[in-house]
Ligand binder design. Structure first.
Ligand code: FUB
Length: 313
């Protein structure tokens, strides 16, 4: 069984966490801006973020919309395209990391802070130093360290960087070359900056070889990290092959061994998700474009239960 969570508006890219006894959903807020479709995602012209929450069975519980928690006009450095975001709690404060384009047309990651999971969030004046690309995922390990996974190809601009430096000309690996990896970085104690240089998130096959650029299971965008049974599960979207995939490792830095496909292509070009354990059950939150009749930039939030054996053994 699965459910559309919020039929009254178009939202996507759900990042989901349990704070207290409620589930909080931090989505992108889709809108019809009139921009034409292009391969760089120019049709995704989101301006603000809402937070949704529920308590009880995600398949049936009432969903509360807490309203706008951050608007692009409140972020001094951001011009447009408020894409995916995520939130982590530390010492009773809530840190929202989000991706948006700056006034030079570059995606950067910014931080905004709140006293409550439902905001409102106060943005920092500048983006995270050394940040680039899109789709931040925040993961708090059992020792309290917070990691940020990020990156996305094509419109997400990851191919414009190597060794964390901007290239003169973007370069996407091809054929048998190793695929372009997502990035992971530990955050500073105040959760406002990167504590180190971001590292590549390498996904390997059963022989320990990095997945290749021509592999339909290679990383594209939508990093998500969760821990189960002491193991680190990295899941992600394959973009142009439209899958969600799962890999496992023994450290938050990886490498991660490819395990398999988590979700088959949905209606709509993008697929993006989060995985969370709530009330002793595992849940997959994601989106599709069925309610908007396959309008790629108008996506709707969904939830379905996952088989716990996915994360065992
Ligand atoms: O929502 C805009 C972009 O679409 C996200 O950043 C990607 O992950 C894809 O879902």
């Amino acid at each position: 069984m699965q459910r559309y969570l919020f039929p009254s508006d178009y939202m996507a890219d759900p990042s989901v966490h349990v704070f207290g006894d409620r589930l909080y959903i931090y989505p992108s807020h889709d809108r019809d801006s009139g921009e034409a479709f292009d391969d760089d995602g120019g049709h995704f012209q989101m301006r603000d973020y809402h937070v949704l929450s529920l308590q009880g069975d995600p398949l049936t519980a009432d969903v509360t919309d807490h309203g706008v928690i951050l608007d692009v006009d409140d972020v001094p450095w951001a011009e447009k395209q408020m894409w995916d975001n995520d939130v982590v709690e530390k010492n009773g404060q809530y840190y929202l990391v989000f991706s948006a384009k700056d006034y030079n047309g570059l995606f950067r990651l910014g931080v905004a802070v709140a006293d409550r999971p439902e905001g409102p969030f106060r943005p920092q004046a500048d983006p995270i130093r050394g940040s680039y690309s899109i789709d931040p995922c925040l993961f708090k390990d059992d020792d309290g360290q917070i990691y940020c996974y990020f990156g996305g190809l094509w419109g997400g601009q990851l191919q414009r960087y190597a060794d964390n430096k901007a290239l003169k000309a973007e370069r996407l690996p091809e054929g048998d070359e190793p695929a372009l990896p997502s990035r992971v970085v530990r955050m500073t104690d105040d959760v406002l900056q990167f504590a180190e240089a971001p590292r590549p998130v390498v996904i390997v096959d059963e022989n320990g070889n990095p997945l290749k650029a021509n592999d339909p299971h290679r990383f594209f965008e939508a990093s998500w990290m969760h821990k189960a049974d002491g193991k680190y599960f990295f899941s992600y979207s394959t973009g142009d092959s439209h899958l969600l995939c799962l890999a496992v490792g023994t450290s938050p830095y990886g490498p991660f061994r490819f395990l398999g496909e988590l979700l088959q292509p949905v209606v709509g070009w993008t697929t993006h998700h989060s995985i969370v354990r709530y009330a002793d059950r595992w849940w997959l939150f994601h989106h599709d474009c069925v309610p908007s009749n396959d309008t790629t930039w108008l996506r709707s939030l969904k939830v379905k239960e996952l088989d716990p054996s996915l994360f065992e053994g």
